[in-house]
Design a binder for this molecule. Structure first.
Ligand code: JEW
Length: 250
């Protein structure tokens, strides 16, 4: 899968992609990332990419022409219509389902904004506008990295075990259960006995209970869309009864 990332800060993109699972995917050629300096698509001596907003107001807006020229150049190079992703606080929430769906596109363009955002005419060339969360960042580079990372995990060969990527608990709509590794005790902190018991049925049930407890406490909104088996539904019922009893006890 190929990504073109258009930015005025190429180094903000290049360094984070060099390491880890994504870096290995690039080295192997499973992923190809081309970082494009927006200033290379300006035509003036000073390589200006921003200008004042029509109608007045604070801050600056990204000029449309360098972005149009960058997209024209990428389209000419790739020889196919582009799927262009723009990130902004006004976008639709980006989800795990979006990441999986976009991993089926051979080639994605990620447009990184700066200042107060884009001249709205740029949206004529945008396929999807997405937000990575309800907070305001200083630009689109970190969102572009987040989207690339989440999408690239679904590309076959990037993460070792493909089935595990699809089976992950998040896709089932629950938060993960707690994980432990050796030693069994550190600073008086013990690994739960059940995990050392060798009783695999008991371990499976404990993990379900922990995942459900966390989800109920931290992300009850997820439970509506979760796929639960019979045992999970029973545990959830117990936990919900327990919570009401707990409230009555103070
Ligand atoms: C985000 C791209 C580009 C995404 C998420 N737009 C805008 C904007 C900015 C500051 C003030 C007002 C509007 C900064 N900005 C971005 C912010 C993406 C750009 C410029 C972004 N949060 N923030 N989820």
């Amino acid at each position: 899968m190929t990504f073109d990332i258009v930015t005025i800060f190429p180094a903000m993109i290049e360094a984070p992609l060099a390491g880890g699972i994504i870096g290995r995917g690039i080295e192997r050629g499973t992923l190809d990332v081309a970082v494009r300096d927006l200033r290379a698509f300006t035509t003036d001596r000073h390589r200006v990419v921003d200008d004042m907003p029509y109608g007045g107001g604070p801050g600056m807006v990204l000029k449309p022409e360098p972005i149009f020229r960058a997209l024209d150049a990428i389209e000419a190079e790739r020889g196919t219509p582009l799927t262009v992703i723009l990130t902004s606080p006004q976008g639709k929430p980006f989800t795990q389902a979006d990441a999986q769906r976009l991993s089926g596109v051979a080639h994605l363009v990620l447009l990184c904004g700066r200042y107060e955002g884009f001249d709205d005419r740029v949206r004529e060339r945008v396929t999807e506008e997405v937000s990575i969360g309800d907070y305001i960042l200083t630009g689109g580079e970190l969102p572009a990295l987040v989207i690339l990372d989440a999408v690239a995990r679904f590309v076959p060969g990037v993460v070792g075990d493909e089935q595990s990527v699809i089976d992950e608990s998040f896709s089932r709509g629950l938060l993960d259960f707690p994980q432990y590794t050796r030693p069994a005790e550190v600073d008086d902190l013990r690994v739960p006995d059940v995990l050392l018991s060798g009783d695999h049925a008991a371990i499976r049930r404990w993990r379900k209970k922990e995942a459900l407890t966390r989800t109920l406490e931290r992300r009850p909104d997820l439970l509506a869309g979760a796929t639960l088996d019979d045992e999970e539904r029973e545990i959830l019922r117990e936990l919900q009864n327990g919570r009401i009893a707990g409230l009555q006890d103070g």
